[in-house]
Design a binder for this molecule. Structure first.
Ligand SMILES: NC(=O)c1ccc[n+]([C@@H]2O[C@H](COP(=O)([O-])OP(=O)(O)OC[C@H]3O[C@@H](n4cnc5c(N)ncnc54)[C@H](OP(=O)(O)O)[C@@H]3O)[C@@H](O)[C@H]2O)c1
Length: 321
């Protein structure tokens, strides 16, 4: 079978390595190049086997790939996206540079696949969502779409992530001794950069809500669990109905009776969701619990899901459900 050549920029990072590993096992894709910055010239083992050698981005023919994944840091990515597009390649950008709410997204679909599938299919460029926003927005979208949230309400998103969410760059506060056997909030004050895209999507749905987002750091490598507290305009008779109706037949959305746990989603390209009612408050309120693997559905897996659509391949190809 003819395989479509794809390239990965920033392949030596956490998201980039996951992408290379997924591409190596993909029936319809072949890795044309994988680039790195400080690790250029090095060969690395990939998750789940195989290895890859990193080239300098300046040394590769960007246009030798039909589609380029940019897993570069914010700020560095946009310029490489432009270069890849000028060379004739489609692009999935994993950075925040082109996402809604970040000022540079006109005409570029926001790659929350289950919510934007028809815009992503055949697109030249897609802005892959952030990891926290993937967990929160897939959980909230049915409520936005069906106008179920109390007008003017504050929706509290309390979420905890493993340390790979911060990338590979060395940082004192992410040393093993600072993280292990510990748990703490960060990015407090409702100013985390992921709020931009979460607010922008809520606005697209016309939702009259405030989002109050508090991230926490878990002493594990990967996974995000979000606990989202939502005041409703009226009580729900069947708590799971909005999600069952919205996500019927979706292969990567798992609706669960039991509360989602990170071990349920590790290494998988899924969002696992459960809903509970809340007692002892005057406004009818629910809590939505959402778990993802930040490197899979939160980054590389969703990027590949979008790339499959952009290239006319079956959406599930090469993805661990
Ligand atoms: N980690 C996650 O859970 C996650 C989730 C969703 C989205 N994202 C986004 O995906 C992108 C990659 O994230 P990551 O966690 O994989 O980051 P990372 O581990 O820090 O990797 C960054 C990659 O970019 C390269 N790089 C760094 N600075 C560069 C520069 N100035 N110019 C060119 N290349 C440079 C690095 O090369 P060297 O290592 O060789 O220096 C590495 O390959 C980021 O935009 C991030 O926000 C990450």
């Amino acid at each position: 079978m003819h395989k479509i050549p794809v390239g990965v920029l920033g392949a030596s990072g956490y998201a980039g390595r996951e992408l290379c590993a997924l591409i190596q096992r993909h029936d319809g894709l072949t890795l044309a190049y994988a680039t790195a910055n400080s690790q250029r010239g090095e060969t690395a083992e990939l998750p789940r086997g195989g290895h890859v050698t990193f080239d300098a981005a300046d040394d590769v023919q960007l246009g030798s790939a039909a589609l380029v994944f940019s897993a570069l840091p914010h700020g560095a990515s946009a310029e490489w996206v432009s270069r890849a597009r000028a060379a004739g390649a489609r692009v999935v950008d994993l950075s925040a540079d082109l996402r809604i709410g970040n000022g540079a997204s006109e005409g570029i679909p926001y790659g929350l696949t289950e919510l934007r599938r028809e815009r992503i299919r055949g697109a030249e460029c897609v802005a892959n969502p952030g990891c926290y926003p993937t967990s929160a927005l897939i959980a909230l979208a049915p409520l936005f779409e069906q106008g179920l949230i109390a007008p003017g309400a504050t929706v509290h998103i309390s979420a905890a992530s493993g340390v790979s969410g911060a990338g590979l760059s060395p940082r004192l506060d992410l040393l093993f001794g600072e993280v292990t056997e510990n748990y703490r909030a960060y990015g407090t004050g409702n100013a985390h950069r992921h709020l931009n895209e979460m607010r922008a999507l809520a606005t697209e749905y016309g939702a009259d809500v405030d989002l109050l987002f508090t991230p926490h750091l878990l002493p594990i490598a990967r996974g995000i669990l979000s606990t989202i507290t939502v005041p409703l305009g009226r009580p729900l008779e069947d708590l799971m109905a909005p999600w069952r109706e919205r996500y019927a037949g979706e292969p990567f959305i798992e609706l669960a009776d039991a509360l989602p746990e990170l071990r349920h989603v590790a290494q998988r390209n899924v969002v696992r969701i459960a809903v509970r009612g809340v007692a002892g408050v005057r406004t009818p309120t629910i809590q939505v619990f959402s778990a993802i693997d930040n490197l899979m559905k939160g980054a590389a897996g969703q990027a590949l899901q979008n790339a499959n659509l952009m290239l006319g391949l079956a959406e599930q190809t090469g993805l661990p459900a």
